[in-house]
Design a protein around this ligand. Sequence first.
Ligand code: FUB
Length: 331
Amino acid sequence: MTPPLITNLYTADPSAHVFNGRVYIYPSHDRETDIAFNDNGDQYDMADYHVYSTSTLEPPYADVVDHGVVLRTEDVPWVGKQLWAPDAAEKDGKSYLYFPARDKAGVFRIGVAVGERPEGPFVPDPEPIRGTFSIDPASFVDDTDGAAYLYFGGLWGGQLQCYQGGHDKFDTAWLGPQEPSGADKKALFPKVARLSADMRSLVDDEVRDLVILAPETGEPIAADDHDRRFFEAAWMHKKDDTYYFSYSTGDTHYIVYATSKSPLGPFTYAGRILEPVLGWTTHHSIVEFQGRWWLFHHDCELSKGVDHLRSVKVKEIFYNQEGKITTEKPE
Ligand code: FUB
Protein backbone atom coordinates (compact mmCIF):
# COMPACT_ATOMS: atom_id res chain seq x y z
CA MET A 1 0.00 0.00 0.00
CA THR A 2 1.41 3.44 -0.93
CA PRO A 3 1.81 5.59 2.21
CA PRO A 4 0.10 8.99 2.26
CA LEU A 5 2.28 11.96 1.35
CA ILE A 6 0.52 14.13 3.95
CA THR A 7 -0.32 12.70 7.35
CA ASN A 8 -0.62 15.61 9.82
CA LEU A 9 -4.14 16.46 8.58
CA TYR A 10 -6.74 14.85 6.36
CA THR A 11 -6.24 16.39 2.91
CA ALA A 12 -7.78 15.80 -0.53
CA ASP A 13 -8.03 17.10 -4.11
CA PRO A 14 -4.29 17.80 -4.44
CA SER A 15 -3.29 20.36 -7.06
CA ALA A 16 0.48 20.12 -7.46
CA HIS A 17 2.80 22.59 -9.19
CA VAL A 18 6.54 23.09 -9.37
CA PHE A 19 7.53 26.60 -8.34
CA ASN A 20 11.19 27.61 -7.84
CA GLY A 21 12.31 23.97 -8.19
CA ARG A 22 10.08 22.74 -5.34
CA VAL A 23 6.74 20.89 -5.48
CA TYR A 24 3.87 22.87 -3.94
CA ILE A 25 0.62 21.08 -3.13
CA TYR A 26 -2.70 22.90 -2.77
CA PRO A 27 -5.19 20.43 -1.25
CA SER A 28 -8.61 20.64 0.37
CA HIS A 29 -8.39 20.33 4.17
CA ASP A 30 -10.91 17.66 5.23
CA ARG A 31 -12.36 17.81 8.73
CA GLU A 32 -14.69 15.79 10.94
CA THR A 33 -18.32 16.94 10.90
CA ASP A 34 -21.61 15.62 12.24
CA ILE A 35 -23.37 16.49 8.95
CA ALA A 36 -25.31 13.50 7.59
CA PHE A 37 -23.75 11.92 4.48
CA ASN A 38 -25.65 12.50 1.24
CA ASP A 39 -25.05 12.49 -2.52
CA ASN A 40 -25.02 16.28 -2.54
CA GLY A 41 -21.66 16.28 -0.71
CA ASP A 42 -22.88 18.29 2.30
CA GLN A 43 -20.50 16.31 4.55
CA TYR A 44 -17.53 17.87 2.72
CA ASP A 45 -17.69 20.91 4.96
CA MET A 46 -14.17 22.31 4.79
CA ALA A 47 -13.34 25.68 6.32
CA ASP A 48 -9.70 26.51 5.49
CA TYR A 49 -6.74 25.74 3.26
CA HIS A 50 -3.17 24.71 4.08
CA VAL A 51 -0.33 24.72 1.52
CA TYR A 52 2.35 22.00 1.53
CA SER A 53 5.69 21.73 -0.23
CA THR A 54 8.42 19.15 -0.65
CA SER A 55 11.72 18.67 -2.46
CA THR A 56 11.28 14.89 -2.85
CA LEU A 57 8.43 12.62 -3.93
CA GLU A 58 10.04 9.40 -2.70
CA PRO A 59 8.90 7.79 0.60
CA PRO A 60 9.36 8.41 3.50
CA TYR A 61 8.55 11.96 2.35
CA ALA A 62 10.95 13.39 4.94
CA ASP A 63 10.86 16.94 3.56
CA VAL A 64 7.09 17.61 3.45
CA VAL A 65 6.44 21.05 4.96
CA ASP A 66 3.01 22.25 6.09
CA HIS A 67 3.06 26.02 5.52
CA GLY A 68 0.00 26.43 7.74
CA VAL A 69 -3.38 28.02 7.15
CA VAL A 70 -3.34 30.32 4.12
CA LEU A 71 -7.05 31.19 3.79
CA ARG A 72 -10.17 30.68 5.92
CA THR A 73 -13.91 30.90 5.28
CA GLU A 74 -14.16 33.98 7.46
CA ASP A 75 -11.45 35.78 5.42
CA VAL A 76 -13.68 35.88 2.32
CA PRO A 77 -16.67 38.26 2.44
CA TRP A 78 -18.77 36.39 -0.15
CA VAL A 79 -18.24 32.84 1.18
CA GLY A 80 -20.93 31.01 3.13
CA LYS A 81 -19.38 27.55 3.49
CA GLN A 82 -17.58 24.58 1.90
CA LEU A 83 -14.11 25.49 0.70
CA TRP A 84 -13.72 22.71 -1.90
CA ALA A 85 -10.89 21.74 -4.25
CA PRO A 86 -8.46 24.64 -4.91
CA ASP A 87 -5.66 25.27 -7.39
CA ALA A 88 -2.87 27.82 -7.74
CA ALA A 89 -0.85 29.63 -10.38
CA GLU A 90 2.19 31.88 -10.51
CA LYS A 91 2.65 34.81 -12.87
CA ASP A 92 5.01 37.81 -12.87
CA GLY A 93 6.20 37.14 -9.32
CA LYS A 94 2.75 36.85 -7.76
CA SER A 95 0.87 33.73 -6.65
CA TYR A 96 -2.84 33.13 -7.15
CA LEU A 97 -5.06 30.71 -5.24
CA TYR A 98 -8.30 29.74 -7.01
CA PHE A 99 -10.99 28.21 -4.81
CA PRO A 100 -14.66 27.20 -5.03
CA ALA A 101 -17.14 27.77 -2.22
CA ARG A 102 -20.83 28.24 -1.70
CA ASP A 103 -21.83 31.87 -1.41
CA LYS A 104 -24.21 33.04 1.31
CA ALA A 105 -27.15 31.91 -0.86
CA GLY A 106 -25.71 28.38 -1.22
CA VAL A 107 -24.58 28.79 -4.85
CA PHE A 108 -21.06 27.59 -5.73
CA ARG A 109 -18.76 30.30 -7.13
CA ILE A 110 -15.02 30.49 -7.76
CA GLY A 111 -12.87 33.01 -5.95
CA VAL A 112 -9.27 34.14 -6.26
CA ALA A 113 -6.80 35.19 -3.58
CA VAL A 114 -3.41 36.78 -4.23
CA GLY A 115 -0.11 36.15 -2.45
CA GLU A 116 3.52 37.22 -2.72
CA ARG A 117 4.83 33.64 -2.46
CA PRO A 118 3.55 30.19 -3.51
CA GLU A 119 3.18 29.18 0.14
CA GLY A 120 0.89 32.17 0.82
CA PRO A 121 -0.70 33.67 2.78
CA PHE A 122 -3.30 34.83 0.26
CA VAL A 123 -5.56 37.89 0.32
CA PRO A 124 -8.94 37.18 -1.31
CA ASP A 125 -10.70 39.45 -3.77
CA PRO A 126 -13.96 40.66 -2.18
CA GLU A 127 -16.19 39.12 -4.88
CA PRO A 128 -16.07 35.81 -6.78
CA ILE A 129 -14.56 35.88 -10.29
CA ARG A 130 -17.29 37.29 -12.55
CA GLY A 131 -18.61 34.67 -14.97
CA THR A 132 -17.54 31.65 -12.90
CA PHE A 133 -19.82 29.10 -11.26
CA SER A 134 -19.76 25.50 -10.02
CA ILE A 135 -16.57 23.95 -8.53
CA ASP A 136 -13.07 22.53 -8.96
CA PRO A 137 -11.08 25.32 -10.66
CA ALA A 138 -7.85 24.25 -12.37
CA SER A 139 -5.53 26.90 -13.78
CA PHE A 140 -3.10 26.32 -16.63
CA VAL A 141 -0.44 28.65 -18.01
CA ASP A 142 0.63 27.62 -21.50
CA ASP A 143 4.41 27.66 -21.96
CA THR A 144 3.94 28.31 -25.70
CA ASP A 145 2.55 31.84 -25.35
CA GLY A 146 2.05 32.51 -21.63
CA ALA A 147 -1.75 32.48 -22.02
CA ALA A 148 -3.56 31.42 -18.84
CA TYR A 149 -6.78 29.41 -18.63
CA LEU A 150 -9.23 28.39 -15.94
CA TYR A 151 -11.07 25.05 -16.22
CA PHE A 152 -13.93 24.22 -13.87
CA GLY A 153 -17.20 22.41 -13.23
CA GLY A 154 -18.68 19.55 -11.23
CA LEU A 155 -21.97 17.65 -11.31
CA TRP A 156 -24.51 16.88 -8.53
CA GLY A 157 -23.38 18.82 -5.41
CA GLY A 158 -21.11 20.84 -7.69
CA GLN A 159 -24.20 22.32 -9.42
CA LEU A 160 -22.90 22.23 -13.03
CA GLN A 161 -26.23 20.75 -14.17
CA CYS A 162 -28.05 23.88 -12.97
CA TYR A 163 -26.67 25.94 -15.92
CA GLN A 164 -28.10 24.01 -18.88
CA GLY A 165 -30.18 27.03 -19.88
CA GLY A 166 -27.11 29.32 -20.05
CA HIS A 167 -24.12 30.29 -17.95
CA ASP A 168 -26.03 33.16 -16.34
CA LYS A 169 -29.19 31.16 -15.64
CA PHE A 170 -29.13 29.14 -12.41
CA ASP A 171 -31.96 26.59 -12.47
CA THR A 172 -32.78 25.44 -8.94
CA ALA A 173 -34.92 22.59 -10.31
CA TRP A 174 -31.63 20.79 -11.10
CA LEU A 175 -30.11 21.17 -7.60
CA GLY A 176 -28.94 17.95 -5.96
CA PRO A 177 -27.55 14.65 -7.25
CA GLN A 178 -28.99 14.73 -10.77
CA GLU A 179 -27.82 15.14 -14.34
CA PRO A 180 -29.24 14.70 -17.86
CA SER A 181 -29.82 11.12 -19.00
CA GLY A 182 -31.43 9.29 -21.88
CA ALA A 183 -30.52 7.64 -25.17
CA ASP A 184 -29.95 10.78 -27.23
CA LYS A 185 -28.59 13.10 -24.54
CA LYS A 186 -25.03 14.51 -24.63
CA ALA A 187 -23.01 14.65 -21.40
CA LEU A 188 -22.60 18.08 -19.85
CA PHE A 189 -19.25 19.64 -20.67
CA PRO A 190 -16.68 21.05 -18.25
CA LYS A 191 -15.97 24.76 -18.70
CA VAL A 192 -12.92 26.72 -19.85
CA ALA A 193 -12.20 30.45 -19.82
CA ARG A 194 -9.14 32.55 -20.61
CA LEU A 195 -7.73 34.33 -17.58
CA SER A 196 -7.00 38.05 -18.04
CA ALA A 197 -3.46 39.41 -17.67
CA ASP A 198 -4.20 40.22 -14.01
CA MET A 199 -5.14 36.53 -13.40
CA ARG A 200 -8.18 37.75 -11.39
CA SER A 201 -10.86 37.96 -14.09
CA LEU A 202 -11.93 36.20 -17.28
CA VAL A 203 -11.25 37.68 -20.71
CA ASP A 204 -14.58 39.24 -21.76
CA ASP A 205 -16.20 37.25 -18.90
CA GLU A 206 -16.46 34.52 -21.52
CA VAL A 207 -16.91 30.86 -20.51
CA ARG A 208 -16.93 28.08 -23.10
CA ASP A 209 -17.77 24.39 -23.12
CA LEU A 210 -14.74 22.09 -23.20
CA VAL A 211 -15.99 19.49 -25.65
CA ILE A 212 -14.94 15.85 -25.08
CA LEU A 213 -15.48 13.50 -28.02
CA ALA A 214 -15.74 9.71 -28.12
CA PRO A 215 -12.87 8.40 -30.32
CA GLU A 216 -15.00 5.72 -31.98
CA THR A 217 -17.68 8.14 -33.26
CA GLY A 218 -16.13 11.61 -33.15
CA GLU A 219 -19.34 12.68 -31.37
CA PRO A 220 -19.60 14.20 -27.87
CA ILE A 221 -19.54 11.66 -25.04
CA ALA A 222 -23.10 10.57 -24.20
CA ALA A 223 -24.79 11.51 -20.90
CA ASP A 224 -25.37 7.85 -20.02
CA ASP A 225 -21.69 6.93 -20.62
CA HIS A 226 -20.83 7.16 -16.91
CA ASP A 227 -17.45 5.43 -17.38
CA ARG A 228 -16.25 8.32 -19.57
CA ARG A 229 -18.40 11.39 -19.04
CA PHE A 230 -16.99 14.41 -17.14
CA PHE A 231 -18.12 14.61 -13.51
CA GLU A 232 -15.59 16.82 -11.64
CA ALA A 233 -11.87 17.30 -10.83
CA ALA A 234 -10.68 19.09 -13.99
CA TRP A 235 -6.92 19.16 -14.58
CA MET A 236 -4.86 20.31 -17.54
CA HIS A 237 -1.24 19.53 -18.33
CA LYS A 238 0.85 19.60 -21.46
CA LYS A 239 3.54 17.24 -22.69
CA ASP A 240 5.40 18.02 -25.90
CA ASP A 241 2.70 19.61 -28.09
CA THR A 242 -0.25 17.66 -26.67
CA TYR A 243 -2.72 19.01 -24.11
CA TYR A 244 -4.02 16.43 -21.63
CA PHE A 245 -7.35 17.18 -19.92
CA SER A 246 -7.99 14.75 -17.06
CA TYR A 247 -11.01 14.41 -14.78
CA SER A 248 -13.05 12.22 -12.46
CA THR A 249 -16.02 10.20 -13.73
CA GLY A 250 -17.70 10.61 -10.34
CA ASP A 251 -20.12 7.78 -9.65
CA THR A 252 -17.94 5.28 -11.57
CA HIS A 253 -14.87 6.51 -9.66
CA TYR A 254 -12.24 6.63 -12.43
CA ILE A 255 -9.64 9.26 -13.26
CA VAL A 256 -9.58 9.43 -17.05
CA TYR A 257 -8.11 11.73 -19.69
CA ALA A 258 -8.65 13.18 -23.13
CA THR A 259 -6.18 14.84 -25.51
CA SER A 260 -6.14 17.77 -27.92
CA LYS A 261 -3.74 19.98 -29.86
CA SER A 262 -5.45 23.07 -28.37
CA PRO A 263 -6.02 24.02 -24.70
CA LEU A 264 -9.57 25.00 -25.71
CA GLY A 265 -10.30 21.64 -27.34
CA PRO A 266 -12.14 19.80 -28.70
CA PHE A 267 -10.62 16.89 -26.74
CA THR A 268 -10.85 13.20 -27.59
CA TYR A 269 -11.23 10.62 -24.83
CA ALA A 270 -7.99 8.61 -24.50
CA GLY A 271 -8.22 6.27 -21.49
CA ARG A 272 -8.01 5.68 -17.74
CA ILE A 273 -5.25 6.85 -15.43
CA LEU A 274 -6.51 5.65 -12.03
CA GLU A 275 -8.88 2.85 -11.07
CA PRO A 276 -11.32 3.43 -8.15
CA VAL A 277 -9.68 4.11 -4.80
CA LEU A 278 -11.09 3.54 -1.30
CA GLY A 279 -13.70 6.28 -0.78
CA TRP A 280 -16.41 7.77 -3.00
CA THR A 281 -14.50 10.70 -4.48
CA THR A 282 -11.39 10.63 -6.62
CA HIS A 283 -9.45 13.75 -7.60
CA HIS A 284 -5.94 14.30 -8.84
CA SER A 285 -3.31 16.44 -10.55
CA ILE A 286 -0.39 15.64 -12.84
CA VAL A 287 2.95 17.43 -12.84
CA GLU A 288 6.48 16.97 -14.17
CA PHE A 289 9.21 17.16 -11.52
CA GLN A 290 12.91 16.54 -12.13
CA GLY A 291 12.23 14.89 -15.50
CA ARG A 292 9.61 12.41 -14.19
CA TRP A 293 5.79 12.63 -14.25
CA TRP A 294 3.72 12.32 -11.09
CA LEU A 295 0.05 11.67 -10.36
CA PHE A 296 -1.17 13.23 -7.12
CA HIS A 297 -4.48 11.84 -5.84
CA HIS A 298 -6.30 10.94 -2.63
CA ASP A 299 -7.95 7.97 -0.96
CA CYS A 300 -9.53 7.10 2.39
CA GLU A 301 -7.14 4.37 3.56
CA LEU A 302 -5.79 6.41 6.51
CA SER A 303 -9.35 7.07 7.82
CA LYS A 304 -10.28 3.41 7.12
CA GLY A 305 -12.85 4.34 4.50
CA VAL A 306 -14.54 7.49 5.84
CA ASP A 307 -15.52 9.22 2.57
CA HIS A 308 -14.90 12.80 3.70
CA LEU A 309 -11.61 12.12 5.55
CA ARG A 310 -9.14 11.68 2.73
CA SER A 311 -5.34 11.63 2.41
CA VAL A 312 -3.12 12.84 -0.41
CA LYS A 313 -0.86 10.33 -2.15
CA VAL A 314 1.51 10.46 -5.11
CA LYS A 315 2.67 7.90 -7.70
CA GLU A 316 4.80 8.04 -10.81
CA ILE A 317 3.14 7.76 -14.22
CA PHE A 318 4.63 7.12 -17.65
CA TYR A 319 3.92 7.76 -21.33
CA ASN A 320 4.28 5.23 -24.09
CA GLN A 321 5.70 6.14 -27.49
CA GLU A 322 2.30 7.30 -28.76
CA GLY A 323 1.91 9.66 -25.78
CA LYS A 324 -0.65 7.49 -23.98
CA ILE A 325 -0.49 7.64 -20.18
CA THR A 326 0.27 4.43 -18.35
CA THR A 327 0.83 3.64 -14.66
CA GLU A 328 3.28 0.86 -15.54
CA LYS A 329 6.83 1.67 -16.64
CA PRO A 330 7.10 0.73 -20.34
CA GLU A 331 9.70 -2.01 -21.10
O1 FUB B 1 -13.46 17.93 -1.77
C1 FUB B 1 -14.78 18.28 -2.13
C2 FUB B 1 -15.12 17.73 -3.48
O2 FUB B 1 -14.95 16.32 -3.50
C3 FUB B 1 -14.24 18.21 -4.60
O3 FUB B 1 -14.48 19.52 -4.99
C4 FUB B 1 -14.53 17.17 -5.60
O4 FUB B 1 -13.67 17.15 -6.69
C5 FUB B 1 -14.47 15.91 -4.77
O5 FUB B 1 -13.16 15.45 -4.62
